[in-house]
Design a protein around this ligand. Structure first.
Ligand code: NAP
Length: 293
């Protein structure tokens, strides 16, 4: 039987990896980026899904501008929450499985150790609220959607996307020759997009649903992460640690938002690669990726 997947957000750094991964596994992939389909348009989403008759819909479209969301919370809510409702309703009508991504920012960061799926969310800002609402919409309309929380996503495709990622930001800042200040009192688990894509496809092929954390291995501060990025890239800019008192942002962020992958590994999904290995792969692939638009 022909296996068909629709990928929404296909122009993003995770979206390009998902398309590549499912194509390699010989799925028929229909890719939508924002230009070809705005996920906030319920009628167009419904038509696209009904016309394609897919087994699976993967949603990696998102509004990810954490600080700007504080001044335009409705835009974040439309893309991250109401659009998920559109997709969930379309899945309900067509019988397709929904795969949706959420974030470590649903937590407030006060736990102090990696978050489990059973920990209670407590979002700290407009972006985080909108992402939690997206999870709830998927779970409200569907019996068993697959919802995967990730953290600080980076993939080689981010070299070409408007929002990029932390690695590309560090490389850009290094290029200016100015000192770079990065917070050392915020810890996350940056997650490598190609690894997310391959584990997602494994989960889809196993017919899995439920809520899963998929962090990038060990918890790491943004400062230590920046150090590893420069080491791997063979660069030595002036990198200085700072903290949240000095580095103010519009949105509040969880101080410790690393995700535990225990549940994921317990169901037999391959462990996520350590950061050092993922970064080496990133820089190897970075020179070979081309804009996917
Ligand atoms: N990036 C992170 O650090 C991070 C952290 C935690 C969780 N996540 C989650 O991981 C998933 C993948 O994120 P990513 O890193 O791949 O983000 P990304 O590179 O910013 O990709 C998101 C894509 O969604 C598109 N998009 C935004 N609004 C849309 C709309 N209304 N209709 C259709 N497409 C729309 C964007 O298009 P434009 O570029 O034209 O806006 C972009 O191509 C998302 O669910 C995200 O919330 C990401």
């Amino acid at each position: 039987m022909q296996r068909k997947v629709l990928i929404f957000g296909g122009g993003g750094q995770l979206g390009v990896e998902l398309c590549r991964e499912f194509e390699q596994r010989r799925w028929t992939v229909q890719r939508f980026d924002r230009q070809s389909l705005d996920v906030t348009d319920a009628t167009r989403v419904e038509r696209a899904v009904a016309g394609a008759e897919p087994q699976v819909i993967v949603n990696s479209a998102a509004y990810n501008q954490v600080d700007i969301a504080e001044s335009e919370p409705l835009a974040a809510y439309q893309a991250n929450a109401l659009a998920v409702r559109n997709l969930a309703m379309a899945c309900r009508q067509s019988g397709a499985q929904l795969v949706h991504y959420s974030t470590d920012y649903v937590f407030d960061g006060t736990k102090g150790s990696p978050y489990l799926e059973t920990d209670l969310p407590h979002p700290l800002g407009a972006y985080a609220v909108s992402k939690l609402a997206g999870e709830l919409y998927a779970q409200a309309y569907l019996a068993n959607p697959l919802v995967i929380r990730v953290s600080g996503v980076y993939g080689p495709g981010g070299r070409f996307t408007p929002r990029g990622n932390f690695v590309e930001l560090m490389l850009r800042l290094a290029g200016t020759g100015n000192p770079i200040r990065v917070v050392q009192d915020h810890v996350a688990s940056p997650t490598y997009a190609p690894a997310i894509a391959s584990r997602t496809a494994d989960m889809v092929e196993k017919g899995m649903g439920g809520l899963y954390h998929m962090g990038g291995g060990e918890p790491i501060s943004w400062y230590e992460y920046a150090k590893q990025i420069f080491q791997t890239a063979g660069l030595s800019p002036s990198l200085q640690p700072t903290d949240e008192r000095e580095y103010r942002t519009a949105a509040r962020r969880p101080k410790f938002s690393a995700l535990s992958n225990k549940k994921l590994e317990a169901v037999g999904i391959a462990p996520m690669p350590p950061i050092a290995e993922a970064l080496r792969d990133y820089f190897e692939k970075r020179n070979h990726v081309t804009a996917h638009r």
